[in-house]
Write a protein that binds this ligand. Structure first.
Ligand code: NAP
Length: 371
């Protein structure tokens, strides 16, 4: 766009105007510097913003939370700005805003904030100050509001687990799964972690055990009845597993649910296999199974600002204690010098690679503004 030749600080966002595959419909759009913030708003600069699986679903138009159309460029049609989660720095503060200072790190409390951008004006109540702590990196901050709270809430809101009690989860190598492993370990819970079979299974097992996983098995291992009997009887000393966390659904989750003991909760939070969840009726009748869904976005909508601050503080404390590592990641920097065409292509390319599956790393976008 013509703007990029000028000397002012120009911004850029990753946008779309119609739903579809991100590798097809996303483009980059340069827009003018932000005007000074209106009362009760702040201008923020995004430092890093992840690409989460739900972001793909939002762009596809199949996710319940939808972004609003935004006007970024005068005379240009309104666009949707991608990105729900991200870490930003406060740049300018409007009148009437309290509790925020220039330079503070903030995270989003409003969903679908359009975090795949270099800078935005946002309502002061739509962000939360992220306390700084030793060891807290930009990657931690940018991935702090979706996956770790999901893990923490699922581990604590349904069943009160005692020390050495077991949790079973599938998709255990996902970012949520890795947070589950670490938060469970920090509370003395044991985790049985299920992943897909893969050539580098040993390497993945070592990695998850280094994070604190007690056991790692593949979904295929659950076909071995003597092993599942051993898990149910010996590992849990007959007490039974009382919490199962479901990231993938499909038949592998049916097998996982059979590992659960009396009065257990199966908490579903993802459907990565894109298959429905089917559960034997006997689990409900004879084991009193409770099957529920968890959505962190709903948690944010139904909890107070104070609750959200406490949640962030709990997670930051875990980071500071070295008990919660950032997910394995790679950062895709979109430099200011790139044209919108080049920038858009880079973003579409990374989405095409992620869509191939088993990408293995969380990708974060760093969208630079020109100085
Ligand atoms: N409900 C909520 O509040 C909430 C919050 C956060 C996340 N989530 C959901 O949780 C899920 C994981 O998110 P994330 O950010 O942790 O993702 P992630 O780090 O990208 O991990 C994706 C996981 O899904 C697995 N997977 C992908 N395709 C699969 C398939 N066809 N069959 C079985 N497993 C498959 C991957 O295993 P491989 O390594 O084998 O590919 C990996 O374990 C997503 O569905 C996300 O939308 C929900």
């Amino acid at each position: 766009m013509a703007f990029r030749a000028s000397l002012v600080r120009l911004n850029r966002a990753i946008v779309y105007t119609q739903n579809g595959e991100p590798s097809q419909v996303l483009s980059a759009l340069t827009y003018k510097p932000l005007p000074p913030p209106a009362p009760d708003t702040v201008n923020i600069k995004y430092l890093l913003a992840p690409i989460n699986p739900s972001d793909v679903n939002v762009v596809q138009g199949v996710y319940p939370a939808k972004p609003s159309l935004t006007s970024l460029v005068d005379g240009h049609s309104d666009v949707f700005v991608g990105g729900n989660e991200g870490l930003a720095e406060v740049m300018q503060i409007g009148s009437g805003v309290s509790g925020l200072a220039v330079g503070d790190w903030v995270v989003m409390t409003k969903s679908q904030a359009g975090t795949w951008s270099s800078a935005r004006n946002v309502g002061a109540m739509d962000v939360l100050k992220l306390p700084r702590a030793d060891g807290l990196t930009e990657v931690h901050g940018a991935t702090m509001t979706v996956n770790p709270p999901t893990a923490l809430n699922m581990l604590t809101n349904y069943v009160t687990l005692g020390k050495d009690e077991w949790v079973v989860q599938n998709g255990a190598n996902s970012a949520v799964g890795q947070a589950v492993i670490q938060i469970a370990a920090s509370r003395g819970f044991k985790t049985l972690n299920l992943v897909r079979k893969r050539p580098d299974l040993e390497e993945l097992t070592t990695k998850l055990k280094d994070l604190g996983a007690t056991e790692v098995l593949t979904y295929d291992d659950l076909a071995d009845r003597s092993l599942t009997q051993k898990i149910i009887k010996d590992w849990t000393a007959g007490k039974g597993i009382r919490l199962g966390l479901n990231c993938v659904s499909g038949p592998d989750t049916t097998s996982m649910a059979r590992l659960l003991g009396q009065d257990a909760y199966l908490v579903s939070y993802g459907a990565m296999s894109k298959q429905p969840l089917s559960l034997p009726t006997s689990l409900f009748i004879f084991k009193n199974l409770t099957s529920v869904g968890f959505w962190q976005s709903r948690w944010y909508k139904t909890h107070t600002r104070d609750d959200k601050e406490k949640l962030m503080q709990t997670l930051v404390d875990l980071v500071a204690q070295g008990k919660l590592k950032a997910p394995e990641h790679e950062i895709l920097t979109i430099p200011a010098r790139d044209s919108d065409e080049v920038a858009g292509q880079k973003v579409r390319d990374i989405f095409a690679k992620i869509a191939e599956g088993q990408y293995g790393k969380k990708v974060l976008l760093k969208i630079e503004s020109s100085q």
